[in-house]
Design a protein around this ligand. Sequence first.
Ligand code: TEU
Ligand code: CA
Length: 553
Amino acid sequence: MSDRRWWKEAVIYQIYPRSFKDSNKDGVGDIPGIIEKLDYFKWLGVDALWLSPVYKSPNDDNGYDISDYFDIMDEFGTMEDMDKLIAEAKKRDIRIIMDMVFNHTSDEHAWFIEARKSKNNKYRDYYIWRDPVDGKEPNDMGSCFSGSAWQLDEQTGQYYLHIFSKKQPDLNWENVKVRKSVAEIVEFWLDKGVGGFRLDVIENIGKIPDEKIVANGPKLHEYIHELYENGFNARGTGEDIVTIGECWSADIDIATKYTAPENKELSMVFQFEHISLDEQKGKAKWDTKELDPLDLKRVLYKWQIEHTKGWNTLFWDNHDLPRIVSHYGNDGEYRVESAKMLATLLHGMKGTPFIYQGEEIGMTNIQFDDIVEYRDIETLNMYKERIAAGYAKEDIMKSIYIKSRDNARTPMQWTCGKNAGFTDGNPWIGVNENYREINVEKSLADENSVLHHYKKLINLRKTDKAFVYGEFTPILMEDKDIFAYYRTYGKDKFLIICNFYGRDRIIEVADVDDTKVKTEIILSNYADSSKKLEKLPLRPYEAVIYKIDSIVL
Ligand code: TEU
Ligand code: CA
């Protein structure tokens, strides 16, 4: 196959360093903590680790506000630690993927410190400045973290743009010097031997603030292609590294522009259509509604069937999203079954699967009683804004329990010991109390754990290329409870069947004649799943992968 790529065959694991493993008792996860756990990743079988930002940062948005792209955050360690991580990972055939935030910097970055000094500073044009209009903000653009996207800089009397917090001023990509500086950062990290980059909100870099255009501006693809030429491919490595864009508003056409190989932009993009299906149209993410599984099916299958010129990402979780077992699964009675079902449904599809730390042991959302226990800037700003607007506190807390980013940011649960084995100090954010039940130590010892199920799913991609390159063919399209599809590759044929709900069902796989095929169960979340497909009984959240062979008579 000429278009084989390591990153198509890979499973990528996302680490949120702050919450992963603390090595020096300061309550904050760090790079030496990640190095300690490399053998765990080797055991699990993942091919690459994507680290949320580890660069110098004042942590207004936990590292997504970078003050120096060429240095490591003190709390996380040193550049020597980082070099060691890259080298130690390499020994285990694991690549390191860096998270690059190029839409904005920290206001404590040297460029911004210079830029705000005066209107004719040579870094002024690295950022986006506008005069006041009628003594107020240039327009009514809002920040993703509440309030206006414009902040007045008293000293020079102009406003600067910040799509995120006011400590995250947006870079001005129209300035060719910005584009050159960004490419240099990419080169620096390529020379360290990293395996690729995840590009934070890259869809925003072509923005036109005066027209209130943020995502998908007219020059977006030109800029990304230029970054490919001057950055990703600066060492001729454009084809070898993986680049993953975070693109909230990508539809199939837009995703194709980014990822069609001949365009030389990105390897793949995260799009979030399947994630936002529990939100009310036109409202904030906090205003949720019940998920209609047929919506989910339509969206997942659409991307499988229609996004064929580029490659897909497959993910349920990241550091911004609620825990999937709580979000679309059942984190009570059927936690284990539903976590395995969701994993099976996702990993069976075509694309590169991403696992977010803790997902592999079925970690759940958190419910802190008091807002003071929350750390996430998006959550805290929304809380203040809604209290001021007169919302009831209980209602705000309810939406926080469903959607807060801190759901995914509580410490990784390693052991039954103090603080779940995350730290010997005071954790920077509270540990979920269910750690005595849900942790890596226990999961390793239990063959039936969610963790062992993930390991098997990861391994399937290595042993059967049908899971990577096989054709995707859905069945039972109108069934509200059942997600089922074939993956076929040459003579190999697999059938993935998932019961999305906690109800017993009997289904008919109409195109299978049990007398004419031999079915083998490759993986299931129940010990004794049926091998007969014509009238197939399924228990709550039952998920089975069958290998199907025709019987030659
Ligand atoms: O996220 C982009 C983004 O749009 C999110 O803020 C998203 O809207 C929100 O989290 C949904 O709840 C990226 C990073 O993943 C995020 O952690 C950063 O805060 C953000 O960019 C700014 O860099
Ligand atoms: Ca630490």
